[in-house]
Design a protein around this ligand. Structure first.
Ligand code: FAD
Length: 117
């Protein structure tokens, strides 16, 4: 049960890491299908996120700031923007979104054909 702050914070860090990494590997020029897939993923994520209070806030934020799926750049910057809104609400430092592509490049995406691990 997610009853304490430590577990909530750990879950948050792991989730943001996955979230930003997915956005950093998202296609530069997505197809309609890829756009729909990302959008669905984000909305479904907001419904299954195990911290109920966090999920509720996130769903409200998605209504105000719908996922941007037109390109990798748009999606990554949107992800950084919404994370910063959560940061502000929790009184955490705001992250510089210019640094997002370096930080979350796992070198493991569909573009990285050489990496077959
Ligand atoms: P985190 O915010 O977890 O960030 C991890 C690392 O990501 C940072 O150290 C930094 O290197 C980097 N980072 C920071 N900002 C950005 C950014 N804008 N873009 C890219 N990278 C960045 N907790 C609550 O207590 N209440 C909530 O309502 C709540 N809602 C949440 C909603 C969602 C969708 C998620 C995923 C998490 C939520 N959390 C919530 C958890 C919270 O956001 C933090 O994950 C948690 O408090 C741990 O914070 P942290 O300081 O370790 O850094």
């Amino acid at each position: 049960h997610l009853t304490n702050e430590t577990i909530k914070a750990e879950l948050g860090r792991a989730s943001w890491k996955l979230f930003h990494t997915i956005l950093a590997q998202y296609p530069v020029k997505p197809t309609e299908n890829e756009r729909e897939t990302l959008s669905s993923y984000i909305y479904l994520f907001s419904r299954v996120y195990p911290c109920g209070q966090c999920a509720e806030h996130f769903q409200k934020m998605l209504k105000k700031y719908p996922p941007q799926t037109s390109s990798r750049e748009a999606a990554s910057q949107w992800g950084c923007f919404v994370h910063n809104i959560v940061n502000e609400r929790l009184r955490k430092p705001v992250f510089d979104c210019n640094e997002i592509s370096d930080k979350y490049n796992c070198g493991c995406g569909p573009d990285d054909k050489k990496d077959k691990n």
